[in-house]
Design a protein around this ligand. Structure first.
Ligand SMILES: Nc1ncnc2c1ncn2[C@@H]1O[C@H](COP(=O)(O)OP(=O)(O)OP(=O)(O)O)[C@@H](O)[C@H]1O
Ligand SMILES: [Mg+2]
Length: 318
């Protein structure tokens, strides 16, 4: 099914809202323009204490995501991946720079405009055990975003049934509570909730990290399948290289609040250019112990070579 008919079939009123969203800009919508454009984004978090300097979590990040594309965002813990995702969702401060969705600035906007944009950008979090309200049935969880947007009850109900189908859960899941589901099934419910309003972009923040390997693979396949069917774009945050290879078209590598490398997944994972990316790739575990031994040796040589070239100090001085 095409994205257009998929949307038209499920949510009346989207066009009206979409129009409304674009009001106030005189930029025509260019079909070839990126869906999301982040330019020189800076995020400062205020720190406690008199005259304490704020902490700069993002130091001028630029990144584009095209419609229907999956961009993997990798980097070590604390590099700013979640902060970037939260800034796009309007949950982290935009100190400087811009975030545009379909040409419209969404970085610094009023709560009312954000509410309208809200339907276009959704999120799936890492922890399937805390992200669903334990007191609500699956039907109530999935219908909530629809009912808040004044979708009639009967229509919402139909949509919930369709969403469960989309994430390959049985229709009777509707009447059950989150505690009756496994981690993988809960992530499917979280994905269904993210899809409820037919978003253009889903921020996926380590959405399979808490799952065991075989469940991971099935949930990743579901992400891909949904993308192929609906044309939704993903910003896919993960620390796992295998995950990134499996789902993303492009990869961006973050290091200390900056994107140090980006490009096609195959190219960045096979032939990383930045010393930090090379080290990150080398640090990824390998299942086969013999290969792991070779990898460890290569990593030692790489680190020695980088230290000798003084490249590490140069590249990491910023
Ligand atoms: N609300 C906040 N207030 C102050 N500092 C924050 C806040 N949120 C994040 N930070 C800091 O910003 C930096 C980036 O954090 P972030 O959570 O974005 O990293 P991450 O790349 O997602 O890491 P992980 O892989 O561990 O999830 C960290 O140093 C973190 O301590
Ligand atoms: Mg994070």
């Amino acid at each position: 099914m095409s994205r257009a008919s998929y949307e038209a079939g499920h949510l009346a009123g989207r066009d009206a809202l979409g129009q409304e969203l674009l009001q106030g800009t005189d930029r025509p919508l260019d079909p070839n323009a990126p869906l999301l454009e982040i330019n020189d984004l800076v995020t400062d978090f205020p720190l406690k204490g008199f005259r304490a300097k704020p902490f700069r979590a993002l130091k001028g990040v630029s990144l584009d995501i095209r419609a229907g594309e999956c961009v993997g965002l990798v980097g070590e813990s604390g590099s700013g991946k979640t902060t970037l995702g939260r800034a796009v969702l309007g949950l982290a401060p935009v100190t400087a720079g811009s975030i545009r969705l379909k040409g419209q600035e969404i970085g610094n906007i009023s709560a009312a405009v954000r509410r309208r944009v809200g339907r276009d950008v959704q999120v799936v979090f890492q922890d399937p055990y805390t992200s669903l309200n334990p007191a609500m049935t699956i039907e109530a969880i999935l219908a909530e975003p629809l009912l808040t947007r004044k979708v009639p009850k009967a229509e919402a109900r139909e949509r919930v049934a369709h969403l469960l189908e989309e994430v390959r859960l049985p229709a009777d899941a509707m009447h059950r509570l989150p505690k009756e589901f496994s981690g993988g099934q809960r992530q499917r419910i979280a994905i269904a909730r993210a899809l409820a309003l037919s978003p253009e972009l889903i921020i996926c923040d380590e959405p399979v990290s808490a799952l065991d390997l075989s469940t991971q693979a099935r949930v990743l396949d579901l992400f891909k399948e949904i993308q192929e069917r609906t044309g939704v774009a993903y910003l896919f945050i993960t620390h796992d290289l295998d995950v990134v290879r499996h789902v993303s078209h492009r990869v961006a590598v973050m290091w200390k609040g900056e994107i140090v490398e980006s490009g096609d997944t195959a190219q960045v994972t096979r032939d990383p250019q930045h010393p930090y990316t090379q080290r990150l790739w080398m640090a990824a575990p390998v299942a086969d112990p013999a290969k792991q031994k070779i990898r460890r040796e290569e990593r030692r040589e790489l680190l020695a070579a980088q230290a000798e070239a003084g490249e590490a100090t140069l590249a990491f001085a910023a």
